[in-house]
Write a protein that binds this ligand. Structure first.
Ligand SMILES: [Zn+2]
Length: 476
């Protein structure tokens, strides 16, 4: 009977839910309908693995994790694909300059393969620390070289390419609405003024799909191809992988706002040239994280990584909480004060949960309100506000906990574990608590206070309640 009740509840919620997403392609908010019933194909542009990601890069993956968890919460199956760029991303984001990995390798006295291996692990660890669900497929560009070459062959056969002295280029004038996602005509003329111009390119927006290895130097990463030894252009891998794993047309394509001007128009152009179909139905872009108003960069000393946060006792999950407090399409301003505030807010939230016991019922009204906030183009600040409403509500403590845990399936703050973590004490700490209890039974207040201070120094807070001592670690 209980199980049946649960099913009925989920059905009511699903009927209630309609997800609206701000589609960069149509430039408006649209109701989301998956192509296949109960199944969503989701593609996320992944990292270029040549350095530690700064926390601004990581904002994107937190955002798309919320989207994925929301879809999962509505009983949809999500096939999530993310690429890892380990070759071909040049320093300029365009077709000039050195390959980011080869450059980093030279600097570190390693080869590009070692650099890739190391920073892929760093990236995976970052996802774990931020409680981001693993993609269904996380695919390295260098693992799809054969497929990328096949893709270029199709582009060539269809007449979309031309050759220059340094590579094969895609002629963007062959696509009628090239750049439709970004009003590219205006954007790229400005970009062209800033970057070095390749005189052999027919149009400023044309881009390389295959670059030739330099004649005078050997690259760490290069492959034979019908056009000579070389490596794929950066944009190619996303077109190839999304098609391999999700088909010609899939549901949602996500990425950072920095991809809107170059990477995504190029990806779309290649895919549509090969398949003759729209690559993705919905395109979503997240805004940047700014460092006290400016761009995060190494040169200005404003490059903050998860390690830097941890050095200052800010947990990665507190950063996740900080990200949720701003809508993904608004730029987010980083400051250390804001990180500390997020750290304290999350700790206080977890502390308040320690007073509630398991075994309650999820409150349907609050849960629906929460889902509808997120269904409105991922309004995470509103969703967090609903969670706070539950805390302040007159629900029973147990129902509050059950409802908040259910919401956390989407927010991904890992509250259940954090609660467990702050309540788990070492043998030494437990021993001090026992001693303190005895001191209190003996009315030895001086000893009891001294023991409280010793526990405090170990990071454990003790409160005396009607039911006895309540101790918890005040760090997450
Ligand atoms: Zn991409």
């Amino acid at each position: 009977m209980l199980f049946l009740g649960f099913l009925v509840k989920i059905q009511i919620i699903r009927k209630f839910m309609q997800i609206y997403l701000n589609n960069s392609l149509s430039k408006s908010k649209e109701e989301f309908h998956p192509i296949e019933n109960h199944q969503v194909g989701l593609y996320t542009c992944g990292p270029t693995v040549y350095d530690y990601p700064h926390i601004g890069n990581l904002r994107a993956y937190i955002t798309w994790d919320i989207l994925k968890r929301l879809l999962l919460s509505q009983d949809l199956k999500v096939n999530h694909v993310m690429n890892v760029t380990d070759v071909g991303h040049l320093v300029s984001d365009d077709d000039f300059g050195e390959d980011k990995l080869e450059k980093a390798a030279k600097k570190e006295g390693k080869n590009a393969w070692e650099i890739a291996e190391f920073f892929i692990q760093v990236f995976k660890n970052s996802l774990k620390e931020l409680n981001i669900l693993d993609p269904t497929n996380l695919v390295r560009a260098t693992d799809t070289i054969k497929e990328q070459i096949e893709f270029v062959k199709i582009l060539e056969a269809k007449g979309f390419l031309y050759k220059t002295s340094d590579g094969l280029y895609f002629d963007t004038t062959k696509i009628i609405d090239y750049g439709k996602i970004a009003n590219i005509q205006n954007i790229d003329l400005q970009a062209g003024a800033r970057v070095e111009v390749n005189n052999e390119k027919k149009n400023i927006t044309d881009f390389a799909v295959w670059k030739f290895s330099p004649l005078d130097a050997k690259r760490d990463m290069e492959w034979d191809s019908p056009w000579g030894k070389g490596f794929p252009g950066w944009h190619l891998e996303c077109s190839v992988m999304s098609r391999m794993y999700l088909g010609d047309t899939f549901d949602i394509h996500t990425g950072g706002i920095d991809h809107l001007a170059i990477h995504h128009p190029n990806e779309m152009a290649q895919s549509e040239a090969v398949t003759g179909k729209v690559q993705a139905k919905y395109w979503l872009h997240n805004e940047f994280l700014k460092f006290e108003g400016g761009k995060m960069s190494k040169s200005s000393g404003t490059f903050v990584t998860l390690e830097n946060l941890k050095e200052k006792n800010i947990s990665p999950l507190a950063y996740r909480y900080f990200v949720l407090l701003t809508h993904y399409r608004k730029s987010l301003n980083f400051s250390w004060e804001a990180q500390e505030a997020a750290q304290n807010a999350l700790l206080n939230l977890v502390k308040s949960l320690t007073w509630y016991a398991d075994g309650g019922q999820v409150n349907k009204e609050y849960l629906e309100k929460f889902y509808s906030a997120l269904a409105d183009d991922l309004n995470t600040p509103q969703a967090v506000a609903v969670l706070q409403e539950v805390l302040a509500s007159d629900l029973s403590d147990q129902d509050k906990l059950a409802t908040i845990y259910q919401m956390d399936e989407v927010l991904g703050l890992d509250l259940k574990n954090l609660k467990k973590q702050i309540l788990s004490l070492s043998a030494e700490e437990k021993d001090l608590l026992t001693q303190r209890e005895q001191a209190r039974n003996n009315k030895d207040w001086t000893l009891s206070d001294a023991l409280r201070v010793r526990l405090q120094n170990l990071g454990v807070e003790v409160e005396d309640t009607a039911g006895g001592q309540k101790a918890m670690r005040v760090k997450i």
